[in-house]
Design a protein around this ligand. Structure first.
Ligand code: P61
Length: 460
């Protein structure tokens, strides 16, 4: 018997949640214009909108909060965080930022020199793509084709298509490529990991064409755990050894610490050894984020992150974490609900193209399931599909996303598997009446990032 299957923590503080009545839920979602971003959090029973900044901190992190040093310059908390970054990531230089997009905002302009330069990624996350475009760059996705086949079991669906990567560089010219960005795990493909073998091969190509590698490392520890579990030769390595090796193949990282840092706010840039870039980052961070020893974070937040980075690499934590996602995924697989397989690191991604094929992409099938899930059990998920993708800026036509996902994103250390059962039971009920689901059309559509504020109505 493996008796270590339970959560590797006990609960010291609780936050009440309640399930409002079905009539109230139906009223609330109408008032929200069928957009889950407009719901009040207090009207939600189980909130799976995001794993970003929603994790539960440990007693050691809360103790760190009390010890935070709020000195403007040279804070003790900065040096504690610096030590954690060195010990776990292994890079020489680092600056804090207020969150992941703060790091992108400071670093990317230093790397994109000419308008129209390409940034080559496995699959860019939406804010990352937005920052590349704001700096005049063009974000290119080069993930393997298998990532789009949700039924295909592939252990590393976040991998780069290496042939496509090299062909792209040859086709456009290396001088037109600003840098390579490796997103670990690959959020947009379903929280899918990138293998060490693939990272090594990307590094070889990068060296051949003198391109720098940046890791978008929000979920770096989850990626390392998958390498340990799924890749030959890594089963006896520690998570920290695997993390160090991954980052050894890169030059810089941006990190949203709101995910694997297990803090509610925070981010960072780390640089392996390039002193020149570090000097530039240090001077740019001052006007944009703050003085380089706090960069947008309070002392107490840096202290909590210093502890969070050490906790997230603990193997029993990671085992519990990934087990929970697998538990939810397996309950859905058992009844035939189509999800991205194998399950990823931070969420279960339901394939709504297959869930309700009667709804065309421009009536947002994943949004339809998302709304239904709230009505059914007060569970909030998020659409990652054509609703989020928006319109072609040239033609004004709705763009069709390659995948129509409902993302059920699991916050860290927040919910138990009983909560996962509620989510699964509710989705199974909807699955039984899936033929009845109808799509949505706009009653209000803003020009940019429409999914946050749009209002919808059901297509009759
Ligand atoms: C998320 F509805 N992710 O997955 P910041 N890189 C990567 C991310 O996943 C990421 C960032 C950089 C979020 C938050 C989110 O439309 C939305 O600390 C791989 O959030 O600035 C964030 O890190 C940016 C939710 C972002 C959204 C944009 O839920």
């Amino acid at each position: 018997m493996d008796y270590r299957k339970a959560e590797p923590f006990k609960i010291k503080m609780v936050e009440p949640i309640k399930l409002i009545s079905k009539e109230e839920r139906e009223q609330k979602i109408i008032e929200a214009g069928y957009n889950q971003f407009a719901l009040k959090a207090e009207d939600i029973y189980i909130d799976l909108l995001t794993d970003s900044g929603t994790g539960a901190m440990s007693d050691r992190q809360w103790a760190g909060i009390m010890m935070g040093d709020e000195s403007y310059a040279g804070s003790r908390s900065f040096y504690n965080l610096e030590k954690s970054v060195h010990d776990i990531i292994g890079y020489k230089y680092f600056v804090p930022t207020h969150q992941g997009r703060g790091a992108e905002n400071v670093l990317f302009p230093l790397l994109i020199h000419n308008k129209g330069d390409y940034v080559l990624g496995n699959m860019h996350f939406d804010t990352t793509k937005a920052h590349i475009e704001l700096k005049g760059g063009v974000a290119v996705n080069l993930v393997i084709e298998d990532a789009f086949d949700t039924e295909k079991e592939h252990p590393f669906k976040g991998n780069f298509d290496l042939v496509a990567l090299e062909n792209f560089i040859n086709g456009k010219g290396a001088d037109k490529c600003a840098f390579i960005i490796v997103t670990i795990t690959c959020n947009s493909a379903g929280g899918q990991p990138v293998s060490m073998e693939n990272i090594k091969a990307v590094k070889k190509i990068a060296d051949k064409y003198s391109l720098k590698i940046v890791f978008d490392s929000a979920r770096f520890a989850e990626n390392a755990y998958f390498i340990k579990k799924r890749e030959n030769g890594y089963e006896n390595k520690s998570i920290t050894e695997i993390i160090k090796e991954m980052f050894e193949y890169g030059d810089m990282i941006t990190m949203s610490a709101k995910k694997d840092g297990i803090v509610n706010m925070g981010g960072l840039i780390a640089i392996k050894e390039d002193e020149k870039i570090y000097e530039q980052v240090r001077s740019m961070v001052v006007p944009i984020e703050g003085f380089p020893t706090y960069g947008g974070m309070s002392g107490r937040d840096m202290e909590a992150l210093a502890v969070g980075l050490r906790e997230v690499v603990e193997e029993d934590y990671l085992e519990y974490r990934i087990d929970q996602i697998e538990y939810l995924g397996q309950r859905l697989i058992d009844v035939g609900i189509p999800i991205q397989r194998p399950v990823g690191g931070h969420a279960v991604f339901v394939d709504c193209k297959k869930f309700c094929p009667q709804i065309p992409f421009n009536q947002f099938p994943a949004q339809a399931v998302c709304v239904e899930l709230y009505k059914e059990a007060g569970v909030r998920g998020v659409e990652i599909g054509s609703f989020l993708l928006g319109r072609d800026p040239e033609t004004g036509e709705n763009l069709e996303s390659p995948m129509e996902f409902l993302r059920l994103t699991i916050p860290r250390r927040v919910y138990t598997n009983r909560h996962m059962d509620v989510v699964a039971d509710a989705l199974i009920e909807i699955w039984k009446r899936r033929d009845m689901l109808k799509g949505f059309e706009f009653t209000y559509e803003p020009e940019v990032l429409r999914h946050f504020t749009a209002k919808l109505k059901s297509v009759r």
